[in-house]
Design a binder for this molecule. Structure first.
Ligand code: PLP
Length: 375
């Protein structure tokens, strides 16, 4: 079946193969040998052997794909990236309280999401903005050498990819090299599995699955083992990382169907050659689109070239009066959900793993054709 190209920022396009397999297995799930069990995945107990096999495979595949070291735990949680803005400080900020420090964390604000994160964390700990690009309209990531990091804080929060503003760290900061002994916390909601991750620099990474890995409802947390067990007394039990880890993400019922769908996506990613192969494709897709935008007189992207996101490409029509015609024509051409976030305006094309190069080529052809006829 030929489907339109869906550029949604999230929930976002999933691989058609994955959706087709889920459809085939909806009423009667087959195990690895092909034997059907008489139940769909949504109907299984999370503690039954059928679902446990799905869960175990999904976790192992994700560990392999992201090259997660053995001293990190992978937690399958709920609440989305937004809930983690509270859950992270509730679990980590008091980690050093025993040494006489008040719970504290530093934040680097590079766009809407990291700004939301620091605002939420203020309810739970002492927050300091180590650097911010707000005054320049979120168009460049402040150089790490200029960050005002405090000594003695539990962690430093960065957003690996600002989904709304279209900025991405192409190298994660090395806090040790910057003279900080804090842990790095990374929000990887919108670029997880789009590129390899350097775990040497990271204490904890979190993200919702619905941008790059599966349906909404599943939140991934990857956390180094020694950071567990420091939750504040008023942290909800279901969100206490240690309890979740000790119970294999089944302290309460996990989002079973979302885990299954993410698991099918992990297997699809492995068939594509894994994260390193995805990164090469994502570079090619993003380069093609930025090149097309930069070469045109009608479209513009305002983000500094060295931190442009490979996943989310916001762009503006210099003549904003053409916006509606642009979107209507795009839909007609089978290019869906290109409207920009309401806080930014303009357009945004999200190029997650499930977007093939052909989709970006079709978008670029449309951009050029629309400019020829309206420019
Ligand atoms: C989408 C997103 C979130 C919020 O995710 P929810 O699942 O809606 O809570 C947080 N951070 C980033 C970077 C995102 O892209």
């Amino acid at each position: 079946m030929l489907r339109p190209y869906n550029f949604s920022a999230g929930p976002a396009a999933m691989p058609a193969e994955v959706l087709a397999q889920a459809a085939d297995e909806m009423l009667d799930w087959p195990d690895a040998t092909g034997k059907r069990c008489g139940m769909g995945v949504m109907e299984m107990s999370h503690r039954g052997k059928e679902f446990l096999s799905i869960y175990t495979q999904a976790e192992a595949d994700l560990r392999e794909l992201l090259a997660v070291p053995s001293n990190f735990r992978i937690l399958f949680m709920q609440g989305g990236g937004l809930a983690e803005n509270a859950i992270v400080p509730l679990n980590l900020a008091a980690r050093r309280g025993a040494q006489g420090h008040a719970p504290a964390a530093d934040f680097v604000v590079t766009g809407s999401w990291s700004d939301k994160s620091q605002k939420e964390a203020r309810r739970y700990c002492d927050v300091h903005i180590a650097a911010s690009n707000q005054a320049e309209g979120h168009t460049a990531i402040p150089a790490a050498s200029t960050w005002q990091l405090r000594q003695g804080v539990s962690y430093v929060h960065v957003c690996g990819n600002e989904t709304i503003n279209g900025l991405e760290y192409h190298t994660l900061p090395d806090l040790k090299a910057l003279g900080s002994d804090a842990e790095l916390v990374v929000d990887f909601s919108s670029n997880v599995a789009s590129r390899p991750m350097d775990w040497n620099k990271v204490g904890l990474a979190f993200g919702g699955a619905q941008k790059n890995l599966g349906p909404a409802g599943l939140t991934l947390v990857v956390v180094r083992e020694d950071l567990l067990g420091h939750a504040m007394a008023h942290c909800p039990s279901a969100f206490d990382y240690k309890l979740v880890a000790d119970n294999g993400s089944m302290y309460n019922t996990p989002p079973t169907y979302a885990i299954y769908m993410a698991g099918l996506t992990f297997q699809w990613l492995k068939r594509q050659g894994g994260v390193a192969a995805m990164e090469q494709r994502n570079i090619a897709k993003a380069e093609l689109l930025y090149r097309t935008i930069d070469a045109s007189g009608l479209y513009e992207n305002r983000v500094a070239p060295d931190c442009r996101s490979r996943m989310n490409v916001p762009f503006f029509l210099r003549n904003e009066a053409l916006n509606d015609a642009f979107l209507a024509g795009a839909k007609e051409a089978g290019l869906l959900q290109l409207k920009g976030h309401k806080s930014v305006g303009g357009m945004r094309a999200s190029l997650y793993n499930a977007m093939p190069l052909e989709g970006v080529q079709a978008l670029c052809s449309y951009l050029q054709e629309f400019e020829r006829t309206h420019g």
